[in-house]
Design a protein around this ligand. Structure first.
Ligand code: GLU
Length: 415
């Protein structure tokens, strides 16, 4: 029975990739332990005058290819195992798109919806200081992730800049444009998902135009993605979120849906579609399924009845290892998270470069460079999957490990 504990699960995938490429055993051992894990207790003065203490982490998995890179998530269910696994995912993801970063991730065990704006800001600033020893443009560069956004990144940058007495825009990505963020960062993950979906359809000889898609999640990634997919000619037939689901076999009006979500905060109640049970989304007969919300949603059971021919993983870790074999047996092609959602970290790379250059790129420059990197990464993974005769996921991990392994070998071991 494959593991469901996130860290054990990623180790299994690393072990598999290492076997596929015959990775040096010493390097394999180094990648089986995170380089550093910092756990912090974060005391925050609440609006009622009491102090609450939240637990948070910042993890570096491997920094051989460059500074640590990865988001910070605020969620009540975050565990250290999850943050370690997501940091390792980032190591692999940055290597897949061949950008000069290692893997890092942060998390705070908190339900941010329970905090006032003031409490959220104080918690963010205190967490930032508590993990500041790990951060820096040449050490570790955080970014948004689940329940964190440009505003949280602005607080993070401001906190470090205030304490160190100088502007340090390169310490974080996903900042608002007004304080050094990049054009085209918002929506970059969704763009990358679209590029991968198109590329997969082309390789499989499936027409994009008229193809039916279902999307789980209508947030930072799922929201823009629905519009991008329909602009590319697909019919987005179902969208679900935590509060409900909507279905229209003729294709949803994605602009009207986005407008509804911006007013109501959920897809639920959208008039131009039928309501559906969110759990039923995976059974809908379609060409493309995009999990763009939580991890662990594609279980072996879901995989057995999945109605799609292609899955493109916009979320991190949406497919449990137990489902991998089922999907392979059913010939369902999976574009894995470390490739499919790498558009976000690629745009972060551009933002980091601009922050350090002190020079803002035009939107078309960002879009064109993003397209090139994503298409190249897709082709490299696809080719590797052909050469090794394994799934795209296993091939992508193998390719990433080869690149990380090369960096470790070239740098040698200190001291
Ligand atoms: N949180 C995003 C991810 O998981 C972006 C990370 C980044 O830009 O550093 O890929």
């Amino acid at each position: 029975m494959p593991a469901t504990d996130p860290w054990t699960a990623i180790l299994e995938r690393i072990d598999d990739g290492a076997r596929l490429i015959g990775l040096d055993a010493d390097i394999h051992r180094m990648l089986s332990v995170p380089a550093r894990v910092l756990e912090v207790g974060i005391p925050v003065r609440m609006d009622n005058g009491r102090i609450e203490v939240f637990t948070g982490w910042r993890v570096h998995h491997d920094t051989s290819r460059g500074p640590g890179k990865g988001g910070i998530r605020f969620h009540q269910d975050v565990t250290v195992s999850e943050v370690k696994a997501l940091a390792a995912d980032m190591t692999l993801k940055c290597a897949v798109v061949d950008i000069p970063f290692g893997g890092a991730k942060g998390g705070v065990q908190v339900d941010p919806r329970r905090l006032s704006d003031g409490e959220l800001e104080r918690m963010t600033r205190r967490y930032t200081i508590d993990v500041a020893s790990l951060l820096g443009p040449d050490k570790d560069v955080p970014a948004p992730d689940v329940n964190t956004d440009a505003r949280v990144m602005a607080w993070l940058m401001d906190t470090i800049s205030m304490v160190r007495g100088e502007a340090i825009p390169g310490i974080v990505t996903g900042k608002p444009i007004a304080v050094g963020g990049s054009r085209g960062h918002v929506g970059a993950t969704s763009q990358g998902v679209l590029i991968c979906s198109r590329a997969a359809f082309t390789e499989l000889g499936m027409p994009v135009s008229g193809a039916r898609a279902v999307v789980q999640g209508h947030g930072k990634v799922g929201g823009p993605l629905c519009y991008l997919l329909s602009s590319a000619g697909m019919r987005v037939v179902a969208v679900t979120d935590a509060d409900g689901g909507v279905y229209n076999p003729a294709g949803l009006d994605t602009l009207a849906l986005a407008d509804h979500v911006s007013r109501r905060g959920t897809v639920d109640g959208f008039e131009l579609a039928d309501p559906i049970d969110p759990a039923s989304i995976w059974e809908i007969d379609c060409e493309l399924a995009v999990p763009a919300a939580l991890d662990g949603v594609i279980t072996a059971e879901v995989a057995e009845k999945l109605g799609a021919k292609v899955i493109v993983e916009a979320a991190n870790g949406p497919t449990l290892p137990e489902a991998d074999g089922v999907l392979e047996r059913r010939n369902i092609v999976v574009v894995p998270d470390i490739l499919a959602n790498a558009g976000g970290v690629t745009a972060s790379y551009f933002e980091w470069a601009q922050s350090r250059q002190g020079f803002a790129w035009e939107e078309q420059v960002v879009a064109e460079r993003l397209r090139r990197i994503m298409e190249t990464a897709f082709q490299s993974c696809w080719q590797r999957s052909r050469d090794l005769k394994v799934t795209l996921r296993r091939a992508s991990v193998a390719l990433a490990l080869e690149r990380v392994g090369e960096a470790i070998a070239l740098r040698g071991l200190f001291p």
